[in-house]
Design a protein around this ligand. Structure first.
Ligand code: PEP
Ligand code: MG
Length: 590
């Protein structure tokens, strides 16, 4: 038996056979015996053949829908036969007696070194193709595993997933009736997939560093999201304990009655609680949890899960319309696609997992062209979503929200595109209502210019998940620095206060939809900072209501004033927990 400790992000205890998923392009080097060389060369060739079959298949599918994109794959097919690639990797295996994965990675480094020196921008861009192809070869070198999607499809018994990282697009493809829980090497409390785990109600532990290497496929594993542990090869007693916990997983007493009552503080200040959702089907969970509306619909999950294509106006319209009708009279705030370049490219060619094959060397750039910035570079695609949204607006209460905004210019440009989309619809004979337009405040630049942005929008939504990582310079998916990701940092509290004041001065509503709101202790501090609108994962709403009802807003305001004077996170946390000490519910993981 072995215990691994990480960060529990979704409570509960489950057990099952481990399925291992490695997505990151980290490659191990190991020496092989002379007699294994032929075996290694055969693996390499099988990987080439398999990669060719996959590329031919993808090319054919893409050609049907987007003929102009199909040629992208010709370049990769040609490279696959290039003597500089697979034959060169075979030489490295023979000469250096190393594993095939390492040899393929070496070839990639040689290729990129040459391409980096080429001045021609077209040729330099080919590095991306090589990276993609090398990623595919390496993926096909993994014995017994074809693609992550196949792997997940093939599960025929209750399993737990152990992954180096679990991207939202991959999580969207998992059959969560078979996968009972998951653990990842990467991640922190607010890691996207953790958010998903909580809304799916599956136990999860993240930030385990090397669980995907320590656990072997097929081993029995317990995931204990409540105590932040993963138990490998558990004893019979441990398994029995896990089974007892699984039986205990029923809603807290009194939750039913609590759900139907609107939220307010003990001194009668109404608090609005909306739900954050990822899939249209989550509406039911949001309503069940007692959400007033949808404060954040992460529409990019439509693309990640393949429910709709980025260029399909009619399909998107039907989905948005269904959501508005389903949530009426509540308001649905749809955030326009918050994707990055790799994701949009892969979805364009119907290849949802390609984003996972980006080489480590290129990953740093993924935070750049994302959200509204990316939408503005692809106006034709952005217009499709905006038209679909405006048409749907006739069927309910809609707000449109832009992600990842860092300047007034971007906002103006986006508003101009909304006007253009409305004009285009009018030309088609479709009159559409005026829809409130807002921005996520999730980049420090937006927070610092909140007064300027407030003059040009109808509402703000503070996205603390990104705001914290950009303000504190901490990548929330990087476990090496995830302990520095701290919502209680004085800089974060001041920024939130600043944004709230800017919104108030301009008399526009402001809500907060980051994971901070799902933590009852942090929620009470946010109320103390003057916020009254929140959007959170549906499962967190009943507890939030319960906690708020026991506290007076004037006391929370006084607590926040004291806290704003404290210089360190430790002192802030201490003051907060001491003040809330009477309540036992406050820590979600206690
Ligand atoms: C945020 O950044 O706080 C947010 C809610 O957006 P996401 O988590 O989807 O980036
Ligand atoms: Mg965000």
């Amino acid at each position: 038996m072995q215990r691994l400790t990480g960060i529990g992000v979704s409570p509960g205890v489950v057990s099952g056979r481990a399925v291992i998923l490695i997505q990151r392009a980290q490659v191990l080097r190991y020496q092989i015996a002379q007699r294994r060389v032929d075996h290694e060369l055969r693996r390499l060739d099988e990987s080439r053949v398999r990669s060719r079959e996959q590329l031919v298949d993808i090319r054919a599918r893409v050609a049907k829908r987007l003929p102009e994109m199909a040629s992208l794959f010709d370049a990769q097919l040609l490279m696959l036969d290039d003597p500089m690639l697979v034959p060169r990797a075979a030489d490295i295996v023979r000469d250096q007696r190393v594993n095939a994965e390492w040899a393929v990675q070496q070839v990639f480094h040689e290729f990129s070194a040459v391409l980096d020196e080429v001045a021609d921008p077209y040729l330099r861009e080919r590095t991306g193709d090589v990276a993609d192809l090398v990623g595919r070869l390496r993926m096909n070198l993994r014995q017994g595993v074809s693609t992550p999607r196949d792997l997940l499809r093939e599960l025929d018994e209750a399993s737990v997933l152990i992954a180096d990282e679990l991207t939202p697009s991959l999580a969207a493809q998992v059959d969560w009736t078979k996968v009972r829980g998951f653990a990842t090497d990467a991640g922190s409390r607010t890691y996207h997939t953790a958010i998903l785990a909580r809304s799916l109600d599956v136990p999860a532990v993240v930030g385990l560093h090397d669980a995907s290497r320590q656990v072997q496929p097929g081993q029995i594993v317990i995931i204990d999201g409540s105590s932040s542990q993963v138990i490998v090869d558990p004893t019979v007693e441990e398994l029995a304990r896990a089974a007892r916990h699984a039986d205990d997983r029923r809603p807290a007493a009194g939750a039913d009655a609590e759900r139907r009552r609107p939220a307010s503080t003990a001194d009668g200040v109404p608090i609005r609680l909306d739900a954050n959702i990822e899939f249209p089907d989550d509406l039911a969970a949001a309503r069940y949890a007692g959400a007033e509306g949808i404060g954040l619909y992460r529409s990019e999950f439509l693309l990640a899960s393949g429910i709709a294509h980025v260029g399909e106006e009619e399909r998107q319209y039907e989905i948005y319309r269904g959501m508005l009708e389903g949530m009426a009279p509540g308001t649905v705030t749809v955030r326009t696609f918050d994707v990055d370049e790799d994701q949009i490219t892969s979805w364009l060619v119907e290849q949802p997992l390609a984003g996972g094959w980006v080489a480590d060397e290129q990953r740093g750039s993924r935070q750049g062209l994302r959200g509204l910035r990316l939408s503005l570079t692809r106006p034709e695609l952005f217009q499709v979503q905006v038209r679909a949204l405006l048409r749907a607006a006739r069927h309910g209460s809609l707000r449109i929200m832009f992600p990842f905004v860092s300047s007034v210019e971007q906002l103006r440009e986006a508003r101009r595109m909304i006007a253009e989309a409305a004009a285009e619809l009018a030309r088609r004979g479709e009159q559409v209502p005026t829809v409130p337009v807002g921005v996520m405040i999730e980049i420090p630049a937006a927070a610092y210019t909140a007064d300027l942005l407030a003059r040009e929008v109808d509402f703000f939504t503070i996205g603390t998940n990104d705001l914290i990582q950009y303000c504190l310079a901490v990548d929330r998916a990087d476990e090496r620095v995830s302990q520095l990701y701290e919502p209680l940092h004085p800089a974060i509290l001041r920024m939130i206060l600043m944004v709230r004041r800017a919104a108030e001065r301009q008399r526009i509503p402001v809500s907060l939809c980051g994971e901070m709101a799902s933590d009852p202790a942090l929620l009470t501090l946010l109320v103390g900072l003057g916020l009254t609108d929140f959007s959170m994962t549906p499962g967190a709403i009943p507890v939030a209501k319960q906690v708020l009802r026991e506290l007076r807003r004037d006391e929370l305001r006084a607590l926040a004033r004291r806290i704003l004077k404290l210089p360190t996170i430790d002192e802030i946390e201490h003051e907060l927990l001491a003040a809330l000490g009477k309540l036992t519910l406050l820590r979600s993981d206690s």
